[in-house]
Design a protein around this ligand. Structure first.
Ligand code: MN
Length: 194
């Protein structure tokens, strides 16, 4: 069920994006893709229950705990989307995609009752209260993703907030280069020629 919307939106005869399948493995990967579509934005994706749960972050990720970034939930993506870097042709999501950062996350969300251990990722997701420690090439440390209850933003709105830790307010290295290939957006665009 989780990938229906993803597949419906795309014509796989035209786009190099993966068709993907749902994996059973309980992995903990994450990826952030820079996506120069109609508006440049960042797509944060966390592996949960065999798919990449996805949020579009228009302003990108801030390392400042005082800043809350709007993160709009989008359709689930297949796990192999985490390896996709390239150019999406005319159609849905047209534009260049860079693997801006990737790595593993650790679930750090504690259950409400003290000493009861961690809340599972699917539960954190369904409650709209995700807390993860990111171990990427660029992003490090703890982040919270909280579902917004404000009707102003609509039902898919979450807030992405850097939590206070030793990585807070650190600058992000190589912010304009791919974590996969080292390429810039321009170089990815050029390399995609057919
Ligand atoms: Mn996108």
């Amino acid at each position: 069920m989780a990938l229906e919307e993803y597949r419906k939106k795309r014509d796989f005869k035209k786009t190099p994006e993966p068709k993907g399948k749902i994996k059973k493995a309980k992995g903990n990967s994450f990826v952030v893709q820079m996506h120069d579509a109609t508006n440049l934005h960042y797509d944060l994706r966390l592996e949960i229950s065999g798919v990449l749960k996805s949020w579009a972050v228009p302003k990108g990720i801030s390392m400042d705990p005082k800043i809350k970034r709007l993160a709009i939930e989008t359709e689930d993506h297949p796990l192999d989307y985490g390896n996709f870097e390239g150019v999406i042709p005319e159609g849905y999501g047209a534009g260049t995609v860079m693997i801006w950062d990737k790595g593993k996350y650790e679930n750090i969300k504690e259950k409400k009752e003290e000493g009861k251990g961690k809340m599972s990722m699917p539960e954190s997701y369904s409650k709209g209260q995700i807390e993860v420690s990111l171990k990427g090439k660029k992003l490090k440390g703890n982040f919270a993703l909280i579902k917004s209850k404000s009707p102003m933003f609509g039902k898919n709105a979450w807030l992405l907030i850097k939590m206070n830790d030793e990585f807070a307010n650190k600058s992000i290295p190589n912010a304009d280069k791919s974590a996969k290939s080292g390429k810039t957006m321009k170089q990815i665009e050029k390399g995609a020629g057919k």
